[in-house]
Write a protein that binds this ligand. Structure first.
Ligand code: ARG
Ligand code: ZN
Length: 472
């Protein structure tokens, strides 16, 4: 399931720099960024054409399903794993790349036959015994093992990838962390279904996306089999291992699975009440909840200082505030079901999640949304610090999680709402969610939808709030 238009999904790495400020000459750039030789038309590109992270993802195929079988030993933090990747070739392929950081590759097969592998940086090149014709569905099996890597973000501080914690581990994927624990097409434009099976020592619980289909204890090991049928971007895939307590409940017909760290004893019952309320409220505003299960993981993680909207079960590094829960619940529509097509479109995910927090505050008897907007504009709200640093439509790899993408993006949504009126605004939001359900959406498509529904050009609004420098 691929969302970047074919034409741009090839070898677009125009922003790669050798060192800060030193642009590669165009001719050289072609050779280096397409080192697997996509010019011959036979090897898949080593990037998906992302403007901020050109090497993330790959070209030449479209993944339908990942089957991940992980055996994790917390003692020593070791993973033994097999990835079964079902994909369709979108061009003739004599070789293709997967993204994988660290880990030792033991074996690779394509359609059951031994395949060649070569590694360079985070690129794993797989060469099948027989070339694949365009349109062909094929299955790649990669057997790998090792101590999975922890990755420091481009922002220079936050941790992602496979993060070992005091009593377990958390796999966090945004934006580049998923390649630390499984090989794949790690770009948000290629979404796929997942089955994740994790074996851990008895006493541990392994949580992943979707529904728990089976728990099986054999000797001193326990296997948890998770089924996530709806398309998911790889940055939203997650495995969290710890000695969790588990609370299950329902939100309407939806099964809700909540895993809480023993150091956060109040979180289970609290989340069991709050999640169904937040999901019900959000469904009323945005349309039906997009997935077949819901839940949360409340960890006690000293190494990570953020929550993540991991699909169906957002991850919390500690017991969260209501606002953070509502933020991650809103992401299930914005970010998870409708996924930004590239990392530059990140504001389409974060601004809606932030705006949901504002609407929740108003509904719960706190400040009206307009007051929050005013407090952000004047700087009175402490969360508004830094929101004018750059235009939210144009972040860098270092700044995709910075305040303009969240706060100023939410202000843009509020200005849009004031401009077109509540009726048109919520019609736009619901149509956006319905049109791009389980797919991708980008800034141009959002602007086009808004203008179509408003019946006029909204260029001044977007120029001011999305593209303009400084405080409008
Ligand atoms: N998307 C997450 C949220 O808004 C934030 C993730 C921050 N990730 C990071 N690697 N710094 O809830
Ligand atoms: Zn967010």
């Amino acid at each position: 399931m691929t969302g970047i238009p074919r034409s741009s999904a090839r070898c677009a790495a125009p922003r790669r720099r050798l060192r800060r400020g030193v642009l590669l000459p165009a001719a050289l750039m072609l050779v280096t960024s397409c080192s697997t030789g996509s010019d011959s038309g036979k090897a898949g590109a080593d990037g998906a054409g992302d403007p901020l992270f050109p090497r993330l993802g790959n070209g030449g195929y479209d993944v339908q399903h990942y089957g991940l079988t992980l055996d994790y030993e917390p003692e020593g933090n070791r993973l033994h794993a097999t990835a079964v990747i079902t994909a369709r070739a979108t061009q003739d392929l004599d070789a293709f790349n997967l993204d994988l950081k660290g880990m030792k590759v033991r074996d690779a097969r394509v359609d059951g036959k031994p395949a060649g592998t070569a590694r360079k940086g985070t690129e794993l090149t797989v060469t099948p015994g027989t070339a694949l014709d365009k349109g062909r569905e094929f299955q790649t099996v990669v057997v790998y093992e090792g101590v999975p890597k922890e990755i420091t973000d481009a922002d220079g501080e936050s941790l992602e990838g496979w993060v070992e914690t005091d009593s377990g581990a958390a796999a966090l994927g945004e934006p580049t962390g998923s390649m630390a624990w499984f090989p794949g097409n790690h770009h948000p434009s290629d979404k796929a279904a997942y089955d994740i099976e994790v074996t851990v020592p008895k006493g541990y619980t392994a949580v992943a996306n979707g529904e728990l289909k089976r728990k099986e204890v054999r000797g001193d090991r326990a296997t948890f089999s998770w089924h996530n049928p709806e398309p998911m971007a790889s940055y939203l895939a997650s495995v969290v291992v710890n000695e969790f307590e588990v609370t299950t409940t329902k939100a309407g017909d939806l099964p809700v699975y909540i895993a809480t760290h023993p150091e956060e004893p109040a979180a289970g019952p609290r989340m069991a009440k709050l999640l169904p309320r937040a999901i019900d409220w959000a469904s009323g505003l945005f349309g039906p909840y997009p997935f077949s299960s819901a839940g949360a993981v409340v960890d006690h993680n000293e190494y990570v200082d953020y929550a993540l909207e991991t699909q169906t079960k957002p991850y919390f590094d500690e017991a969260p505030t209501d606002a953070i829960v509502v933020h991650e619940v809103a992401h299930q529509w914005f970010g998870n079901s409708v996924t930004p097509r590239t990392w530059r479109d990140m504001w389409l995910s974060e601004s809606f999640a932030q705006y949901a927090e504002w609407m929740w505050e108003e509904k719960e008897g706190g400040r009206p949304v307009q007051r929050i907007f005013d407090d952000f504009y004047s700087g009175k709200d402490p969360e508004s610090s830094g929101i004018w640093a750059f235009p939210p439509g144009d972040p860098t790899p270092e700044t995709i999680f910075d305040p303009p993408v969240y706060g100023r993006g939410a202000m843009l949504l509020h200005e849009l709402r004031r401009g077109v009126g509540d009726g048109v605004f919520f019609a736009i939001v619901r149509k956006w969610v319905a049109d791009h359900r389980h797919g991708n959406g980008d800034t141009a498509e959002f602007v086009a939808l808004c203008e179509e529904r408003a019946g006029r050009s909204l260029k001044p609004l977007f120029d001011k709030w999305l593209w303009g420098e400084g405080r409008p």
